[in-house]
Ligand binder design. Structure first.
Ligand SMILES: Cc1ncc(C[n+]2csc(CCO)c2C)c(N)n1
Length: 232
């Protein structure tokens, strides 16, 4: 039986994928035991991250081969700049995050790594490249939100945690992830090593991003485990 492209790329990096899905950060968020300062630090970095995400979505819209794909991508762009943005700003108010911290934070190594990967993927002007990276970002989040809540049967009570789960497992988000997976299956092939490697690099940085929420800032680039030989 032939494996679909998405499945085969995921299988190729399953250790890092599973480590990210089952990360302490996600487990604690679902259990309502995540420390406020960890969530605060994560969201400040994630806010910066979304800048690269918007650019990559723009690259995908610009380079998509089908009008129907451009329309679907554009619809999601509208959605994230409304609902998801509200979640971020509610938390920044709750945690007293200043404008200075938001606009000019010291970026963690994984923030720098993922930002560089996204910027590089914008530069390729390849729709398939953009889809591979977007597909990781979104389907990995749906995976942890579904798996760790036991498909929504075991959700947190605190609004700061529940709100984050809501954006990552509601029907609209599932439909968006289905679209990205279909696009990757349509555009990629299991033996496209370049695309598979881009997918794996995105998974690598997603995992490191969760790690860094616990490590704080100012970590030297050569400090070990979270930084491997992937630098883009
Ligand atoms: C490091 C990091 N990776 C992936 C996501 C997931 N994500 C990226 S943009 C977006 C908006 C909804 O479509 C979502 C859910 C994230 N937040 N942070």
């Amino acid at each position: 039986m032939t494996m679909h492209v998405y499945e085969s790329y995921r299988t190729a990096c399953k250790n890092e994928w599973n480590a990210a899905v089952n990360h302490r950060f996600n487990q604690e968020l679902v259990a309502d035991t995540l420390a406020d300062d960890v969530l605060r630090r994560y969201l400040i970095q994630d806010w910066q991250y979304t800048s690269g995400f918007y650019s990559l979505l723009g690259q995908a819209i610009a380079s998509a081969d089908l009008l129907s794909s451009k329309i679907r991508l554009s619809r999601q762009l509208g959605f994230i700049s409304n609902d998801e943005d509200t979640y971020f700003h509610d938390r920044f108010e709750q945690f007293n995050v200043s404008h200075a911290e938001l606009d000019n934070p010291q970026l963690t190594p994984s923030s720098l790594g993922i930002t560089k990967l996204y910027a590089d993927t914008v530069q390729t002007r390849s729709y398939a490249d953009a889809i591979a990276v977007l597909c990781v970002a979104e389907s990995l989040y749906l995976d942890w939100a579904q798996t760790l809540t036991n498909e929504g049967r075991n959700v947190p009570r605190k609004e700061q945690n529940l709100g984050w789960i809501r954006v990552h497992r509601d029907a609209g988000f599932k439909n968006w992830v289905d679209f990205l997976i279909q696009e990757l299956n349509r555009l990629g092939s299991p033996n496209n090593e370049e695309l598979k490697s881009r997918f794996a690099r995105a998974v690598h940085w997603e995992l490191a991003f969760f790690d860094d929420a616990y490590r704080g800032i100012g970590i030297p680039q050569d400090s070990g485990a979270i930084i491997s030989n992937h630098d883009s």
